[in-house]
Design a protein around this ligand. Structure first.
Ligand code: PMP
Length: 447
């Protein structure tokens, strides 16, 4: 059966859908933070379907709500009202000041709409994102997505060309995250990411970008509170706040892409932007919002919502469908009832400390960083050269972890950073298990 699946995949599914492992996993079932394959092997899911299964696979409460709604009403389209959408709007709006909500189906679609809003409101055209950003794969958002392995040249006439900030942020390990740049030459600052020197330097670069002619009419500035796909990259302390101020001085709108960082994952706060002490004009969200059910949202101010409405009738068939809204409501309830944000904080802090110990133990662990349950482990050849560990070697460690029952993600320009983002119900004993799996994989690698 396994070989047949591989055959069908090769014959009939798009060649861009590449599997994570040389022997791809055929998954069959999920229960909370665990996944099971067809042979009955179980895996601790430390990536939760790319930072998406926020409260656990097939969470019993979410399942029960989905089943109830399934027997009641699936779809009405956005032109009819139904109770789940209003219940959801009420719940989500309690989490943001004066919000106007647009319900959508995916992160890319949400960011597309945020771009339209920024342009409609500011009457400007240029959009800025960071080097290393991931904001989606639609023709519009592709112009904003700038992770090394994801960057592609669009055929002329396709998509939107937005302005990238040049190397605004290079990670603490010399920016091996940054595209096109050998590690040594772009290493601008040798201090910790939260040092003031780094912040001032990046602010100067940010100003330069804003002052280039192309970005003079800035409509919007997109930022992930922590870059996810780029390998869990954090900004220096205070940087985002100053960047927001500079954008606003020029009439631009600030957009927080909370697709990975929202819904309590960072532990200390419900939204990632709160960890930077900023309040965005537009917040986009997807992934964890529906625990894996396709759902997304754009939340903005009444003024921006009005600017958009004056210019355009915005519509999508599935956004805010009864199934998604019922599931979204139960996800919010579960996060609250089960104290999952607090758990992200507690278990995330515990995990960061445990991984920091591994970093001290192994020469190939260059950096351990992150917040709450969004953690990156950057692999290097050695701590002196800080060159990324070659891809084949990272692949081997990744594969070994899978063999020992642990599923983790990858990110960064050279795919050199392991990304950890389990469901928020994860426990400390499960973290201990994961740390031991990593330790064994590192030891095997060194032998
Ligand atoms: N923004 C961020 C920060 C993301 O990580 C992603 C997906 N990786 C997206 C937007 C796009 O979301 P989707 O895949 O649902 O279109």
């Amino acid at each position: 059966a396994y070989n047949r699946v591989l055959e069908i995949h090769k014959q009939h599914l798009s060649p861009v859908l590449t599997a994570y492992f040389s022997e791809p996993l055929l998954l069959h079932q999920g229960h909370m933070e665990w996944l099971f394959d067809y042979e009955g092997n179980r895996y601790l899911d430390f990536f939760s379907g790319i930072v998406t299964v926020s409260v656990g696979h097939c969470h019993p409460k979410v399942n029960a709500v989905a089943q109830k709604q399934l027997g009641r009403l699936w779809h009405t389209s956005a032109v009819f009202f139904h109770p789940p959408i209003h219940e959801y709007a009420e719940k989500l709006s309690a989490l943001l000041p004066e919000p106007v909500i647009f319900l959508m189906n995916s992160g890319s679609e949400a960011n597309d709409l945020a771009m339209l809003m920024a342009r409609a409101h500011s009457n400007n055209t240029d959009i800025i994102s960071f080097r290393g950003a991931y904001h989606g794969c639609s023709p519009y958002t592709l112009g904003l997505t700038n992770v090394g392995f994801h960057k592609m040249e669009l055929p002329s006439g396709m998509g939107c060309q937005s302005t990238m900030c040049p190397d605004v942020f290079c990670g603490p390990w010399g920016g091996s995250h940054c595209r096109d740049s050998p590690v040594q030459t772009i290493r601008k600052c040798s201090c910790a990411p939260d040092c003031c020197q780094a912040k001032d330097q990046y602010i100067e670069q940010f100003k330069d970008t804003l002052n280039t002619s192309v970005a003079k009419s800035i409509a919007g500035f997109f930022a992930e509170p922590i870059q996810g796909v780029n390998g869990v990259v954090q900004y220096p302390k205070g940087f985002l706040k100053e960047a927001f101020e500079l954008v606003r001085e020029r009439g631009g709108v600030c957009i927080a892409d909370e697709v990975q960082t929202g819904f309590g994952r960072l532990g200390s706060h419900f939204w990632g932007f709160q960890t930077h002490g900023v309040l965005p004009d537009i917040v986009t969200m997807a992934k964890g919002i529906g625990n894996g059910f396709p759902m997304a949202a754009v939340v903005t101010t009444p003024e921006i919502a009005k600017s958009l409405a004056k210019r355009l009738l915005h519509f999508n068939t599935f956004g805010g469908n009864p199934m998604a809204c019922a599931i979204g409501s139960s996800v919010l309830e579960v996060i609250k009832e089960e104290n999952l944000q607090e758990n992200s904080q507690e278990v995330g802090t515990y995990m960061l400390l445990k991984f920091a110990k591994l970093r001290d133990e192994f020469e190939i662990v260059g950096d351990v960083r992150g917040k709450g349950l969004m953690i990156g482990i950057e692999m290097v050849k050695d701590k002196t050269s800080r060159q990324p560990l070659p891809r084949e070697e990272v692949n081997q460690i990744h594969q070994d972890c899978k063999r020992m029952g642990l599923l983790i993600g990858r990110g960064g320009t050279f795919s050199q950073t392991f990304r950890i983002a389990p469901s928020m119900c994860i426990t400390k004993p499960e973290v201990d298990f994961a740390v031991e799996v990593f330790r064994s994989a590192f030891i095997q690698h060194m032998e």
